[in-house]
Design a protein around this ligand. Structure first.
Ligand SMILES: Cc1cc2nc3c(=O)[nH]c(=O)nc-3n(C[C@H](O)[C@H](O)[C@H](O)COP(=O)(O)OP(=O)(O)OC[C@H]3O[C@@H](n4cnc5c(N)ncnc54)[C@H](O)[C@@H]3O)c2cc1C
Length: 364
């Protein structure tokens, strides 16, 4: 008989990842009275930050931006297409948030609701029968597993839902020299597969860009060039406060449920491919899908047979149309890029939300 086999800890709900999606699911499930065990590989909630920290108002359903984590309001969007004069989009509002405080606030709510949130522990593997092995040696089996473990979700991989299309990003923070209340967007062939941004956050500016993974080698120099271009206008300083980056899923919605042994698996947020493939916005989708996943698992554990179907329907209703359009626009940009090499300014505009052409109806 083999000895020293680790004891399997049986729990009701195991949540992997305590970003916006996982923490939101934990809040709902714990508030409904279920025992929640959540695991996060970072040592501290929300830190290090991998985000440009903008939440558009139109996505802020249900007041996601808690007043204490909003740093400043955004009222407009300014889009620079190559070296053309910029285009102004009025009435484009939202909040620049303190993302670290935002994530920490959600986790604090989950803990207050009774969830056990463990930090500094990484999920190492998920077996076909739903056994979860963690970096601290714990082995856990849960009635429900929530995969809220981001774009490279291990839980998603275990049920065959994998983000294959991603964008790689790099961002720096610098001093913002004068108050600014717009998100500045840079569309250019210098950022193949993505775009550049400058988002103002009080007296700081987040400057970043995304590109196809195959063009990852361009990130460093393209970011330096973008920083130089913006600092030359006097809008931001030449100093660098810090760098960040990370992957953004851009392939669209994945199947967000599955079964492993006797465990039900639900995916939420980036793990479910809910980030907008054009804008890269995924904070609100993380919170909304996390809440829905929490509601679905509670209904499921309370014996409601169609809880999982309802989760799939809710995700489709909330995100289906916008993700489908964004995936299509992205595909069109890629095809045009592959065909003609350099995208025309019209093509760049047609692939961005500020322009009517983005919202055109495509022939069936
Ligand atoms: C550079 C950058 C800029 C962005 N800017 C914006 C923006 O301005 N606005 C916007 O709306 N969206 C933005 N996004 C996207 C946004 O950050 C995500 O969509 C959002 O964080 C998704 O939330 P989530 O909870 O699904 O995933 P995450 O926030 O990624 O949380 C997943 C968590 O799971 C943890 N985890 C992963 N694997 C494991 C494991 N094996 N074991 C334990 N824990 C694990 C991670 O540490 C992480 O904390 C940006 C993304 C990047 C990379």
């Amino acid at each position: 008989m083999p000895r020293n086999l680790p004891k399997i800890i049986k729990v009701d709900i195991a949540i992997i990842g305590l970003g916006p999606a996982g923490a939101s699911a934990a809040i709902v499930a714990a508030n409904a009275g279920w025992r929640v065990n959540a695991f996060e590989k970072k040592s501290v909630a929300g830190y290090p930050v991998q985000c440009a920290e903008f939440v558009p108002a139109m996505l802020d359903a249900g007041g996601l931006v808690m007043s204490e984590t909003s740093v400043q309001r955004i009222h407009e969007m300014i889009t620079y297409v190559e070296s053309d004069e910029p285009d102004l989009t009025k009435n484009f509002s939202g909040h620049m948030i303190d993302r670290r405080a935002f994530d920490a606030s959600l986790v604090a709510k989950a803990v207050a609701a009774g969830a056990t949130c463990t930090f500094g522990v990484k999920l190492k593997s998920v077996s076909d029968d739903g056994v979860l092995k963690f970096s601290d040696g714990q082995v856990v089996q849960a009635k429900v597993i929530i995969g809220a473990d981001g774009p490279h979700s291990l839980v998603g991989k275990a049920i065959g839902s994998v983000n294959t299309d991603i964008v790689e990003t790099r961002q720096l923070s610098t001093t913002l020299n004068k108050p600014h209340a717009a998100t500045d967007i840079y569309l250019s062939n210098e950022f193949p597969g993505g775009y550049g941004w400058m988002f103002p956050k009080g007296d700081i500016a987040n400057i970043g860009l995304g590109v196809y993974p195959a063009q990852k080698h361009l990130l460093k120099s393209a970011l330096e060039n973008l920083h130089k271009r913006i600092s030359a206008t006097g809008q931001v300083g030449t100093d660098i406060i810090g760098f960040t980056g990370g992957a953004i899923p851009v392939g669209g919605m994945l199947k967000a449920d599955g079964i492993l042994g006797e465990s039900l698996v639900l995916l939420a947020g980036d793990a479910a491919g809910l980030t907008n493939p054009i804008t890269g916005a995924g904070i609100a989708a993380g919170v909304m899908s996390g809440r829905l996943a929490g509601e679905a698992l509670v209904s499921h554990l309370n014996g409601q047979c169609d809880a999982i179907d309802i989760y799939a329907e809710d995700l489709e209703d909330l995100f289906g149309a916008s993700l489908t359009r964004a995936v299509l626009r992205r595909k069109q940009l890629m095809e045009q890029g592959a065909r003609i090499g350099t995208l025309s300014k019209a093509a760049l505009r047609g692939g961005w939300i500020a322009y009517d052409d983005y919202w055109r109806k495509d022939a069936a």
